[in-house]
Ligand binder design. Structure first.
Ligand code: DC
Length: 238
């Protein structure tokens, strides 16, 4: 297994931006696990699956789905025949293929459904191996909600990235606006509040700070400052 820098935190804390920069700086691969949950939610919605459907029905739908995360983009392949899941960090086109759904999964609607579906054990189990296998392929910076607690409990470095609710709502608003979405700041806040509540109160793998994760509150920090801080901690062996 390669080195894993595991980053958890609530929506809008800046995990994606920081994880990507950190991975570039260190020559690690970047794994956006939220994108995997979003891609699964997108695929299941397309298949007409509801979040309260039976485990069997969900599992059956999942069997034909392959999600690939390559160079920051997300691809969805659906086979009519059942295929085993493959690791998500595709390189050099040797794996993957399928539809590029990178933009489609960034809507607030898919954000909502990814949070709803992610509370189902059958879906978390399906993605668990896929995420862990990514660490067999290379050193990774993995970000999400349960990287430090469940997926990579023995990660090389563990960080919990947080920020105030207002700041996270503001960042999410600017991010969605930048992607061309028609959204108000109050919509963004509602989205962040609802998802945080669901993601941290679910029974399985809820979002929480691992005891041995280092807390960074980025509310009043620039991206460069957060990055510098984390690089310092990593070098210091924290
Ligand atoms: O990070 P994000 O906003 O793209 O994540 C979308 C949803 O996926 C989030 O609301 C909860 C779920 N998720 C999860 O349950 N566990 C993870 N490791 C990552 C995301």
């Amino acid at each position: 297994m390669g080195k894993v820098i595991a980053i958890d935190g609530p929506s809008g804390a800046g995990k994606g931006t920081i994880a990507k920069l950190l991975a570039d700086k260190l020559g690690f691969s970047y794994l956006d696990t939220g994108a995997l949950y979003r891609a699964i939610a997108f695929a299941l919605r397309e298949k007409g699956i509801q979040s309260e459907d039976s485990d069997d029905k969900i599992l059956n739908a999942l069997r034909g789905i392959t999600v690939t995360f390559k160079d920051g983009r997300v691809f969805l392949k659906e086979d009519s025949e059942a295929t085993p899941p493959i690791p998500p960090l595709s390189r050099g086109g040797e794996r993957g293929g399928g539809r590029d759904i990178s933009e489609k999964i960034r809507t607030t609607e898919i954000g909502h459904y990814s949070s709803v579906f992610s509370a189902r054990k059958v879906i978390r189990d399906f993605l668990l191996n896929i995420q862990q296998e990514a660490a067999l392929q290379s050193d990774i910076v993995a970000e999400g909600r349960d990287m430090t607690t469940v997926v990579f409990p023995n990660a090389w470095r563990k960080i919990y990235l947080d920020a105030s609710l207002s700041e996270r709502a503001r960042r999410r608003y600017l991010q969605l606006k930048d992607k061309g979405l028609d959204i108000t700041e109050s919509d963004a806040r509602t989205d962040v509040v609802e998802r945080d509540k669901r993601d941290s109160s679910r029974d399985i793998s809820p979002l929480r700070k691992a005891d041995d994760a280092i807390l960074i509150d980025s509310t009043a920090m620039t991206v460069a400052e957060v990055l510098e801080n984390i690089l310092y901690l990593i070098k210091a062996g924290k």
